[in-house]
Design a binder for this molecule. Structure first.
Ligand code: ZN
Length: 467
């Protein structure tokens, strides 16, 4: 039995872990590389194994860096099933369709404006390929072990990181060995999503390490968010929030609504400008029962389920933007407002148009509330860039740049340790994945020191033998 780390090895994106047991090959996650160019180029390179030699995919959740490579896998001949939870099925369809469309639009624009070294520029995958991948998705309920290839079962356990997110617990029937793939680990005691489910045993554990060297700022009940919104509003500016369409928009809306209700901020127009975020929001509303129980409990007494769904994420002046024309109207308007738009690392999507307008004006604030990977525009802005290049132009940065890490969907180092503390005996092997080298090495040292476990941080394309 071996594990091959085909992505998210000493980096945060491109999650792909290949489990080989005898003649069977199961790929856990099939994510896109994002961020630095040398990483993105890996999306174009051949896999170390033929795609048609992979029997099946087990997908932990619908974020692009976990599912975005599926259309590429299919275009290279993968024909197996893709097991995931029901909500992941619905969200992954939205994500893949959106990614294909963005790829096609970018390629088309690059060819039209000729700002490409490749001629012609091609999309990484097409809408047709994304649709082929969607047809292979096989929804499975939480906590139901399911045979995925002969002799191997997989079970999804709620990870509290995103609607539908799960750890994959994989059991090798012949030996009884248990492998646990954490996917991305959610947070404890946050609104919207439930806590990550405690786990007490696994023989082999793969765990993410995105924030392996950091503690998120303590929960301040929205105080910093209120402060940023109020300060920007007093200046007559807008708050532009590049947000991951998947998951972060809901938590932001929850907090803004909560701050409005507590009269901590004025009732401002709140625009959600991302077709994908809008579709995802509908999924969240339709699956309130899978979210944090606190959420539905907050509805006024006597409200029907339908009303609870309506109010779950509604700020008083919420406007979901449908058309490009409405988006342009918001970009041009100088009325103080909050604009939530994707993509979350400002690498593409409609938020770029808002940033292009908002960045040169010191009244505005750009607020990052998710992880900004190395090499992304978001990371550069967060690190203090004076200019930001977009649509072939250098845009000067005068706006205030802020970030709130507490809104991250990823467990911080203490939360990862808390979760690992639930294990009643150490795994034979623990591999850290999904982290940049600094945080990953810090977490490795901490686990070795505090828990005395054996920890590896495999390199890209490394294969590890498992007894
Ligand atoms: Zn994720």
């Amino acid at each position: 039995m071996t594990l091959t780390f085909m992505g998210a090895a000493r980096t945060v994106t491109g999650s792909k872990h290949l489990l080989t047991v005898g003649d069977h090959r199961v790929l856990i996650d099939s994510g896109l590389f994002q961020g630095l160019k040398e990483l993105r180029e890996r999306n174009w390179q051949a896999l170390p194994i033929r795609a048609d030699a992979i029997d099946t995919v087990v997908l932990t959740h619908a974020h692009l860096d976990h599912c975005g490579y599926l259309p590429r896998l299919v275009s290279q001949g993968f024909k197996g099933r893709i097991f995931c939870t029901a909500a992941t099925t619905d969200l992954a369809k939205i994500v893949m369709a959106d990614a294909a469309k963005l790829q096609e639009e970018d390629a088309e624009r690059a060819n039209r404006k000729r700002y490409t070294r490749h001629s012609p520029a091609l999309p990484l995958f097409t809408t047709a390929e994304a649709e082929m991948a969607m047809r292979l998705l096989q929804p499975v309920g939480y906590n139901r072990p399911m045979p995925v290839v002969p002799g191997i079962t997989a079970e999804f356990i709620n990870a509290g990181h995103l609607l539908g997110s799960a750890y994959a617990r994989v059991v090798i029937e012949a030996t009884g060995r248990v492998l646990l793939f954490s996917g991305d680990l959610g947070r404890f005691s946050r609104p919207v999503l439930p806590d990550p489910t405690p786990i007490d045993r696994a023989d082999v554990l793969l765990v993410e390490s995105t924030y392996g060297d950091r503690a998120h700022e303590p929960d301040d009940n929205g105080a910093r968010l209120a402060e940023i919104i109020n300060r920007t509003t007093r200046r007559g500016g807008k708050v532009i929030i590049p947000a991951f369409a998947l998951g972060r928009v809901e938590e932001l809306l929850y907090w803004i609504r909560d701050l409005e209700r507590r009269k901590q901020i004025p009732e401002l127009p709140v625009y959600v400008d991302s077709p994908m975020a809008t579709a995802v929001l509908a999924e969240y509303r339709a699956r309130l029962d899978e979210l944090d129980p606190v959420l539905s409990a907050q509805a006024p007494n006597g409200w029907h389920a339908a009303h609870r769904q309506m109010c779950a994420f509604c700020t008083s002046r919420l406007k979901v933007i449908e058309s490009i024309k409405d988006s342009q109207a918001v970009q041009e308007s100088s009325e103080p407002s909050i604009v939530i738009s994707s993509s979350g690392m400002a690498t593409g999507g409609r938020v770029l148009h808002h940033l292009e307008r908002a960045l040169p004006d010191a009244r505005n604030t750009i607020l990052f509330c998710g992880y900004q990977a190395e090499g992304t525009r978001g990371r550069k802005l967060k690190d203090g860039a004076k200019f930001s290049r977009m649509h072939g132009k250098d845009i000067p940065v005068a706006a205030e740049i802020q970030s709130i890490d507490a809104m991250s969907a990823h467990a911080d180092a203490n939360e990862i340790m808390r979760w690992l503390g639930g294990f009643r005996q150490p795994p034979t092997l623990t591999c850290l994945v999904h982290g940049e080298p600094g945080p990953m090495d810090a977490l490795k040292a901490r686990i070795e020191r505090e828990l005395k476990w054996t920890v590896k941080t495999p390199q890209h394309l490394e294969t590890v033998e498992i007894a």
